[in-house]
Design a protein. Structure first.
Length: 166
């Protein structure tokens, strides 16, 4: 959303930092996936931005793009978000032999490395970021995610935090 995530910051004594923002409810939705190469154990981060809430119709083409990168098929490890559950049915019909879906336990975001991608983006890279508009927010989100994409050690740390071996 265009509302900043306010975090503690440093400032000279007596100079309280002030963030000027307005109560706007414009939003940006992002779908992302963290991939693990089965042979080389190389990690990847894929994402796509939307100007509206994501539905199952947007998930299907995103997964189709992932399948272009992984022609032998993929195992999707998903939480139980309603969009994922409805998309799973559509994907099972369209990509029957190339997709396997495994479900995370309910209410277990700590097991999902992709949650760490978003924690870093929101609370580190975009902390105290006050965008002018949705396009400015999209630019900041892309910059944060591309920075995470390029750092293998950072992506590995997301798996370590989830206590998942590679």
């Amino acid at each position: 959303m265009l509302q900043p995530v306010v975090r503690r910051t440093w400032a000279p004594r007596g100079k309280t930092p002030i963030q000027y923002s307005w109560d706007r409810r414009d939003r940006l939705s992002v779908i992302s996936a963290v991939s693990v190469s089965p042979t080389r154990r190389r990690l990847g981060l894929y994402f796509r931005l939307f100007g509206h809430n994501i539905t199952a119709q947007e998930v299907e083409p995103f997964i189709a793009v992932l399948l272009e990168h992984f022609p032998k098929g993929i195992i999707l490890v998903w939480d139980r978000w309603m969009v994922h559950r409805s998309a799973a049915k559509r994907l099972a019909r369209r990509f029957r032999r190339r997709i396997t879906i495994e479900w995370l336990p309910a209410y277990a975001p700590e097991l999902n490395p992709d949650e760490q991608v978003w924690n870093r983006a929101k609370y580190v890279d975009l902390a105290n970021f006050v965008p002018d508009n949705v396009q400015h927010l999209a630019k900041g989100v892309r910059k944060s995610l591309r920075k995470s994409q390029s750092q293998q050690l950072l992506l590995h740390s997301f798996f370590e935090h989830a206590k998942l071996p590679l």
